[in-house]
Design a protein. Sequence first.
Length: 601
Amino acid sequence: MTAKLPFLLPESGRHDVGGVPDGFDAHLVAAIAQARPANGVLHVARDDLRMTRMVEALRFVAPELEVLAFPAWDCLPYDRASPHRDILAARIETLTALAMAANGGRPMPVVVTTVGALLQKVPAAAAFTSGGLALERGAELAQEKLVDYLLGNGYLRNATVSESGEFSVRGGIIDLYPPGTAQPLRIDFFGDEIEDIRLFDPLSQRSQEKLERFEIKPVNEVTLTPAAIEAFRTAYRETFGTSGTDDPLYEAISAGRHYPGMEHWLPLFGTPLVPLDSYLPQAILTLDHQADEAKRARLDTISDFHSARTQLVRAERESGAPVYRALPTDRLYLNDADWRGLARKHLVLGFHHFGTGSESVLEAGGTPGLNFAEARTNPDVNVYDAAAKAIRAEQQTGKRVLLTAVSQGAVERIGHLLLEHGLAKQVAVDSLGAFMAWPRDTLGRAALGLEAGFSADGLLVVTEQDILGDRLTRTVSRKRKSETFLAELANFAAGDFVVHVDHGIGRYEGLEALDVGGAPHDCLRLTYAGNDKLYVPVENIEVLTRYGGEDAVVELDKLGGAAWQARKARVKQRIRDITQHLLKVAAQRAIRESDPLTAPA
């Protein structure tokens, strides 16, 4: 279905677009993409939630469009933690698809990202044009080559595979869990030949469906190839003037080991970084409502965290903690001038909820939908009766009405209640095109996560929150702990390092049945420094988390010692120090005054 564009697209520059309420923005983005298919569209949402909703809405409005999501890292700027492997894999998947589309001359997709993701630089396209490794049944591939590829491209080696981004080697079998897949893979080698590729259940370890071919892609924007490691070592010394043996980051990367948070030194690994929009050089940029405000807040956050890191260097040296040497912000992020400069490279359309009546603003024509707040608060009015009457009145004017809710079950329940109040003609649809094929007096039902409805171009969308004021959800009861033991225990293998919330780092040695009150009781046996033992009942497994990978250099804590509690206290104090600094910066910013600026006539 081709969406109708309510205004003539300009050729360049930045333009504000009024009359774009939430929900209608997806219709407008689809219409822009269909009007200029060779350009592509880069939509910039305020945050991850709005990005997810936009992707869902676009796939409903125009399922024929190729829609890709590009999330931001799920960690703070200059963090000591790495982004989640699934987030990194999703980003690499999108960047690879964009690089291949540019090389293949295919129509550019619609890319939905966030303000935070757009402000962060990414590796240049050359890093993703040939970064995958194809596995094919019957093909020649040395096991050592596959292992080297996995280690160099972000995968973690463990005794067993239980989470995405992990792999294990057992004789002629390599188990591998690529991020983004529902199940891990089992690759069976006969010498240097791939004899079999199967999916398998990580809990039962039983092999399932056979695959003929599978392409593995990197799961990290940082690769630890020999060339990347050497580039890092040189750039790190040039940037910070040190290669100290007391620097755990430098030591880990030099040894080819992953280090938590190493992604925040991405510019040092030899791959040039570029703005995300360089992957779509002809794209039309559409900005979410209040995207500029979100940009200002994000840039302030980046600046504050960089300032906090640089000011904590001295305190870290005095406390003996590893020193965090932060890169300048312009090495990793765009600045305000770069953001404004987007309009010199692209046509930029900034969406706003309401029309302004100004001739300089493009008008999309959308308005907020129906709202039944008054009916909900009136004890003499049935909100479903009021909704049914309002929907019938809109249908009589020639409008098509679509009912949405966050889940299929919720929209069916609301639809059934409206049916009891006289709306007999209803149909469940999975796309806007399917709905438009039905008569105008038919109420459509669709599972969409829209918070509020809208009216535009003969279409009225009514959401569950318009009617109920909140989503019609049911609390999902938690499974009993006993039902989750198998899944949680699958995360631990004998010899793994684990962290006990009260006792610190120990080594998991396996399950052991102890006699408690005359009955056997399963416990997890942990070993601490000095060969001290700690037994954790299986029903208390939530107090344990796995620590790093099997190659990590770890010193066990002493059971009952004060070192673990002291480390926790230091971390809490550092968090308090950072918080106080950020509060001080925020207070100074709030009271700072500047001369007023007068807008040009």
